[in-house]
Write a protein that binds this ligand. Sequence first.
Ligand code: HAM
Length: 399
Amino acid sequence: MVLRKFEEISLAANYHLIELPVFEDTELFTRGVGESTDVVTKEMYTFEDRGGRSLTLRPEGTAGVMRSIIENNLDRGQLPVKVFYKGPFFRAERPQAGRYRQFYQFGIEAVGIDDPYLDAEVISIAYKGFKKLGLNNFELHITSLGDEESRARHRVEFTKFLSQIDLDDETRSRVNKNPLRIFDDKRTDIQQKIASAPLLIDYLNDVSASKFADLKLALTQLDIPFTLNPRMVRGLDYYTGTAFEFVHGGLGAQSGIGGGGRYDGLMKTLGGQDLSGIGFGLGIDRIILALESEGLSASAQLAGEYLDLFIIPINSAAKSLGLSLLEEARNSGFVADMGFGDRSLKGAMKAADKLSARYVLVIGESELQSGTGKIKRMSDGFEESITLSSLVNALKNAL
Ligand code: HAM
């Protein structure tokens, strides 16, 4: 149901499903995600196939989307290419609450156009989904990593700063690959050492600063509250410009329920045109934990939004009539289900309640005899008498 919510919102914004392979050539991720990242250095499930090729279970979706766009020439068509994807991803991390070696993401990518209003659209899709699920205890953090020129200007000052502080060899070598990674370091002594470090956000050139200003205006226009977090470091190396994370307050250490940003050089690095893109990945497992922490149940609460009718048959003749009525209701676009098995009326009513069905129709002897029945509105118990042959019309009027 969580997935369905994000799918609906994405479809309404003209994003379409892209199916991606679960494993890809290892090189796609080493080149795409970046050699300074934990994801590539420590967390990939890499293996050789029978032909001696090195393959990797996908740790994320963006690189695969780029490969697919390039291979299928989608970048030569209408831009932006807008896609969404969902499914299992794999990272060999130490498992803990909210952190799994196989986890599920819903992601979207809008590729080929560099426009802060598109950034706002992407962020708004995630935000709207969280709100529609009923989540409240979360924050949106944003920053800008600037363009190449801004990052180069910052890197000069930042490297100078880092060369003056004392770092162990491992940290030094990580920082040499990507200086920004140091902000990811959770150790308090390191955090103290970099407390006064020069921040990239203060080195944005006019173009990058004006894009970031437009993004903030657009988010404000859409009533999306955000917090500026210039020390945010995304775990993947391809980000440029806008970067964002959704952080939930009820999850402890693994608080990121989704994140994303713009990636300028990724497509070119992977052998395609020099096109920019933006997207996000949402952690479905963590979203479910977040719902639970706010006292919301992912299944029951949401199932109700889609279950229009629940039929309760009392015997097998009633079940047979119920089967035809289900077909009619479903063919007319209603989401309908029936109490299969031999449940008592009480048990079946409980099931209807748990599924948050909007209407319930009980079919017993008298309904079979008379061809009439009552649809019961579960929210307040109101009952309406109907002719069973016109169930669909009754539902149309009622819903
Ligand atoms: P990411 O921040 O690495 O971004 O992952 C996105 C989300 O996946 C995280 O915010 C988190 O909720 C979830 N997640 C990551 N690792 C785990 C894990 N081990 N267990 C449970 N949940 C996890 C990306 O993957 C980018 N591809 C997002 C993106 C799309 N950027 C641009 N386009």
